[in-house]
Design a protein around this ligand. Sequence first.
Ligand SMILES: *Cc1c(COP(=O)(O)O)cnc(C)c1O
Length: 384
Amino acid sequence: MKDFKALQQQYEIDVYPMRDVVFVKGKNSRLWDDKGNEYIDLSSGISVANIGHSNEKVAQAIAEQARTLITCANTFYNDKKALFLEKLFSVAPKNLKKAFLTNSGAEAVEAAIKFARFTTKKKNFIAAMKGFHGRTMGALSATFKKEYREAFEPLVPGFSFVPYNNFEKLAEAVDDDTAGIILEVVQGEGGINIGDREYFQKVRELCDEKNILLIIDEIQTGFCRTGKMFAIEHYGIEADMMTLAKSIAGGFPMGALLCSGKIQIERGKHGSTFGGNPLACAAGIAAIDFMVEYKLWEESAAKGKYFREKLEARQLSKVREIRQIGLMIGIELKEKVQPYIVELLSLGVVTLPAGTTVLRLLPPLTIDYADLDAAVEKITAVLA
Ligand SMILES: *Cc1c(COP(=O)(O)O)cnc(C)c1O
């Protein structure tokens, strides 16, 4: 057998904090490494495999579409794109009317930044401390973490950061040139920080008052992760633009920017070669169909509550707080999280960090209760 790890180390640019496993196969909430070891996946490839790894319906749709039409220039109409858009808007918040399709989350954020400036003719943006919106220059400009930004400045000018969930500080940061406010309703990378309902309602009012566009980043929270199809449904507000990606197409690379009727852009002012290609759209149709067929938001809500209650009952000594909404779970530790992630991996459980002290769990929403029980046992073993 080839040494895959050595090959990758030889040829891949070293930007990822690597973990010492070679995954070769996945099915639902299980992953297998090249030595045949089996793992319970509580990460979903960072909330990508919401409908399980190698979902059969998505696999079939991709295989069929691959034999039919893989690529189609965006200057032509395409049957799969038309059907995907219809499907997407059948589940999207009703005030959102049109989409720009991309291949990733960061690209959706880039589009939001451009469309906001074009629509409002204003320049500035406000984002939240601990917020994460991607790694390209525009998306990075909206991302808080200094270590991600510092070496690449100057970034896109006009971005400022305010404490999350603090309306006064946000209102103070607004000026006459504020085009948009970009926020996650639940901060993912930032540590599973759940936004307050009143905060978001006030932010919405402020945006209406000052003619500012509210951009909600649902790249991690979307598609049933939090117990609703979209997390914004917990908040009783409307976004002017919503960014989507990660689990939108069952693991196939895809993203989307959804826009309300307020948003303006002109022909020729934006575009993408691959965005909304037939293969991605076929995968997206199958993925959304699966979510609706199995009412996956209900699974997510019920399993998240079950998991949290079981874990809380263990009264783990190393845990400061558990934050949970659907199957988006943050276990805040009293110490650094990294050693526990390594230990859990050696016990066959794949988890994620969020910041330095939060153990982040984003299992496939299709995970069965037996796997959740097994995960609780393993987590208890390392955190008791
Ligand atoms: C992952 C993520 C992004 C970036 O998406 P990419 O597909 O990696 O570009 C942006 N925003 C949030 C909230 C994310 O979780």
